[in-house]
Design a protein around this ligand. Structure first.
Ligand SMILES: [Zn+2]
Ligand SMILES: [Zn+2]
Length: 370
């Protein structure tokens, strides 16, 4: 019997998402059917809506989600009905050039199929009532009551973490905490500057704290977000509208600059200051995205003196290792997630919530189902 469920569908860029009843494909042997119970609205979804990130359509967006396993395919071995899971958007083949070099985020299969917006086995897993095939953003498509993913993308976590908080781990929190724990090399004597205090930046502040940084400096243009960053571990908040970011970094480090600078602002203007604010020999991690055809600029002299820049999409996530670790950090009080949720909404309010994200009014809106 075909499963029908409600989902938000984007038909063309710069148009509202439409709530439709769609039909799920049969469960393939390696697939699991996930009843989505919470999904976060991430900036990447907004980039697709606004047209700066281009995908085939009609498409179901949403890639930061948690839910319950409802059904498993005949060859699924690790998961069972009833498991609580967080979804990963980085399926990978495990044996291509990049997988063999420990870079699953560059997996050849992942990159080739990602642009087509199909699920990882190359097929679509949902259709509109008209029969038209739907695309899925980032191998998930979580803005619906269900989604079908291969077993490797559903990571079982403790049943104790509520779904609305668990979902955040799937993208924003993994990316930010991962930048600090997996990508950067943060020592206990280090000063870390985080530029941009949205969900990813606030997670990076907490990642720097978990990594044992001696001092964390948070930068944003919103005093409310800076106050939140200070609650999460930043010693100082720098409002980039009023203060010079590089000067603030030098002030806090006897004139050297920050040992590590993590960018999570996602605006062209934020990249230059990262290179200015880091010390000689220091490490810069860029997490934010802008339109791929835009250029960024910085003063060449700022990059001299052995500085390193590393770009990261997912904080070097190893979901099977990291998601349960992050869930445990939340349950043990070491990772603040409640504070990242500005509002919980129903699926029908999704367009208003994206407008609020566009206006910088929210950290995270989370859709709750059921
Ligand atoms: Zn995301
Ligand atoms: Zn691969």
């Amino acid at each position: 019997m075909t499963l029908h469920y409600r989902a938000a569908v984007l038909h063309r860029p710069q148009s509202p998402l439409q709530i439709e009843t769609i039909a799920a494909a049969p469960i393939a042997p390696l697939d699991v059917l996930v009843r989505v119970l919470a999904a976060g609205l991430c900036h990447t979804d907004l980039e697709v809506i606004d047209g700066s990130l281009r995908y085939p359509m009609p498409i179901v967006l949403g890639h930061e989600a948690a839910g319950v396993i409802e059904e498993v395919g005949s060859s699924v071995r690790q998961l069972k009905k009833g498991d609580h899971v967080i979804l990963s958007w980085n399926p990978h083949c495990g044996h291509c050039y990049y997988c063999d070099r420990n870079l699953p985020i560059l997996c050849e299969d992942y990159l080739a199929k990602g642009a087509r917006a199909v699920q990882f086995d190359g097929t679509s897993k949902a259709r509109r009532a008209s029969g038209e095939e739907l695309k899925h953003l980032m191998f998930i498509g979580a803005f619906g009551e269900y989604c079908i993913v291969p077993e490797q993308q559903a990571i079982a976590v403790s049943r104790d973490i509520p779904f609305d908080r668990a979902c955040l781990i799937g993208c924003g929190v993994m990316t930010g905490v991962g930048a600090a724990l997996n990508v950067a090399h943060i020592g206990h004597a280090d000063t870390v500057m985080v530029i941009g205090c949205g969900a990813v930046g606030l997670a990076a502040v907490q990642g720097a704290r978990l990594a044992g940084a001696a001092k964390i400096i948070a930068v944003d243009i919103d005093d409310g977000k800076l106050a939140l960053a200070q609650r999460m571990g930043a010693a100082r908040g720098v409002n980039a509208k009023r203060e010079d970011v590089a000067a603030a970094a030098r002030e806090e480090t006897s004139g050297r600059g920050a040992d590590v600078v993590i960018e999570a602002a996602g605006s062209a203007a934020a990249f230059g200051p990262t290179v200015e604010a880091v010390r000689p020999g220091g490490e810069v991690v860029w997490l934010g995205k802008i339109d791929v055809n835009n250029e960024v600029s910085f003063r060449w002299g700022a990059l001299m003196q052995e500085k390193r820049i590393r770009r990261s999409s997912y904080g070097d996530a190893r979901p099977a290792r990291d998601f349960p670790m992050l869930a445990r950090a939340y349950l043990e009080g070491r990772l603040m997630l409640d504070e990242l949720i500005t509002q919980r909404i129903r699926l029908d309010a999704i367009n208003e919530a994206f407008s609020a994200l566009r206006d910088g009014k929210v950290i995270r809106s989370v859709i709750t189902f059921g």
